[in-house]
Design a protein around this ligand. Structure first.
Ligand code: CAO
Length: 482
């Protein structure tokens, strides 16, 4: 019996992965739990174990492919039956075409992967699709019962590409030329709630309809504020500038971005253009911390870790987050809420050869510095060796980015959404600090706290920073107030 192995769900909210290595070939015997694929998401690389066993008769993916959860990766002839059967042709039969995953160079989204179930779709949109007679479709939208419009919308949705495939690029949107608005009730509702005129939202050229993303993109473009009031002036939307022919001026090399770089670029552009950032700078006298590192460093080394500034900062930050809960929050603009998290998971920016990764140390408030040091060392090593799991990269509530090992006096870190704040750390420098009437040499640790000004006021930013500086200078404060 042929059996298909489909890409399983690897972590919550991870629907798309890029194949970086295919570890099986036609004719191989594969066992359950055997690693068959190496994949990359925006944040991590992971090995995918097989859940089927038998002889591989067909491999349907190749390095560089983009896969969605549920896509068929390979087919096996289950043990026993394998020997008896001839090896099937590698070419896909016509009816299998829709199962094929898209190749990176796939020319048009229409030729891309089949539509997978969309969990976020509302129940009222999951009715069976029914095409409506053309005459009925020509009725003005207001004159048609909503139920009919829903049904029509479901039919339209049949051809819909996945959200990430129909990213809103300005050039892919076209103005609608009258007729019914091709948007589902939930999309219309969203538009109503955030003050967007659904009739004005351009449809995606690729799908011929309006998605939630289209509405949000339009809202951003129109500068709709948090109260749902559209500004009269249109905010500039980041556009791809026309690149010149760089080779005219000298030699160039073109390299494809890996998935980490691509997603970092998307996330950073999103964060930079949608979050009003403020960065608060300060310096902490690291004398006490340095004393403690010297005093206890050997103990931590004996346990197999390194007592670094970062590990200590993670613990101090946990205490600061408890004291200032708005820094451990997320903003839900659609519902007009601020979500305060009662857990404290700190992401650590790790510099790897594939780009920036942010593994997360969970429940830092419940761990001691020794435990945090061990975990930080292990997570950073795993990230650098491409061994991080997808779960390790999720659930962060605040991020620390320490560039002090490399150098620099200050920088402006970008908030890692959906978080609302990030602490940047630069290199400790011995500086003259006035103590009474004389200067003393002190190791000063520069800190740069960027935060989302929609949630955090400037005074709160300054208070958080001052508390953190004082906790670094007098670590006992953490026990006293943390
Ligand atoms: N000031 C001075 N020295 C510092 C320092 C600081 N703020 N922070 C670290 N150092 C020193 C450490 O003491 C260590 O020195 P020794 O080898 O002499 O002991 C050295 O720098 C390297 O530290 P580390 O990397 O071993 O450990 P860490 O806990 O300080 O940092 C990590 C861990 C993962 C944060 C770090 O390795 C890293 O990847 N940093 C880069 C983060 C990054 O890329 N941020 C940018 C994000 S935005 O694009």
């Amino acid at each position: 019996m042929p059996k298909e192995f489909k890409l399983p769900e690897l972590a919550e909210n991870v629907d798309t992965v890029t194949v970086t290595r295919v570890m099986i070939a036609e004719g191989d015997m594969v066992e359950a739990d055997q690693a068959v694929l190496e994949v990359e998401t925006e944040k991590a690389a992971a090995e995918v174990p097989s859940t089927v066993a038998g002889k591989v008769t067909e491999v349907r993916v190749a390095e560089g492919d983009t896969l969605h959860v549920g896509d068929v990766v390979f087919v096996v002839e289950e043990a026993g039956a394998a020997e008896a059967d001839e090896k099937p042709s590698k070419k896909a039969k016509p009816e299998e075409k829709s199962e094929k995953v898209e190749r990176k160079a796939a020319p048009a989204p229409a030729a891309k992967a089949k539509k997978a179930p969309e969990p976020e779709e509302e129940a009222d949109e999951e009715k069976p699709a029914k095409k409506k007679p053309a005459a009925e479709q020509e009725l003005p939208e207001q004159e048609r019962p909503e139920e009919e419009q829903v049904e029509e919308q479901v039919a339209l949705e049949e051809d819909e590409a996945r959200p990430e495939e129909r990213e809103i690029r300005p050039e892919s949107r076209v103005a609608r030329k009258g007729g019914p608005v091709p948007a589902s009730p939930s999309v219309r509702r969203l538009a109503r709630e955030i003050g967007v005129d659904i009739n004005a939202v351009p449809v995606s050229e690729q799908t011929g309809r309006i998605s939630e993303e289209d509405v949000k993109a339009y809202a951003r473009q129109m500068n709709v504020d948090s109260r749902g009031v559209a500004a009269t002036t249109q905010a500039a939307e980041p556009r791809q500038i026309q690149l010149p022919d760089f080779a005219r001026w000298g030699e160039i090399e073109r390299k494809e971005m890996n998935s980490v770089r691509r997603r970092t670029a998307e996330n950073m552009a999103y964060a930079w253009t949608s979050i009003p950032h403020v960065t608060q700078f300060d310096k902490a006298d690291g004398t006490e911390i340095e004393k403690l590192r010297k005093l206890h460093g050997k103990r931590v080394e004996a346990a197999g870790a390194k007592l670094t500034v970062t590990a200590i900062l993670v613990k101090l930050v946990a205490a600061a987050l408890k004291k200032f809960p708005q820094f451990n929050a997320s903003i839900d603009l659609d519902n007009g809420d601020i979500i305060y998290k009662k857990y404290y998971n700190v992401g650590i920016a790790v510099d790897t050869e594939r780009g920036l990764l942010v593994p997360v140390i969970r429940d830092v408030d419940k761990k001691n510095i020794l435990e945090i040091s061990l975990e930080l060392g292990a997570l950073a090593e795993r990230a650098r060796n491409r061994k991080s799991t997808l779960d390790e990269m999720q659930g962060g509530t605040f991020t620390i980015s320490n560039l002090g090992g490399i150098g620099g006096t200050a920088f402006t870190p970008i908030v890692n959404p959906p978080e609302v704040a990030i602490l940047g750390v630069s290199r400790t420098q011995v500086e003259p600090v006035l103590n009474g009437d004389r200067f003393e040499p002190r190791p000063m640790l520069p800190l740069s706290l960027s935060y989302d000004h929609r949630v955090i006021d400037g005074a709160d930013g300054a208070r958080f920073m001052r508390w953190l500086v004082e906790a670094i200078e007098q670590p006992f404060l953490m026990f006293l107030e943390g």
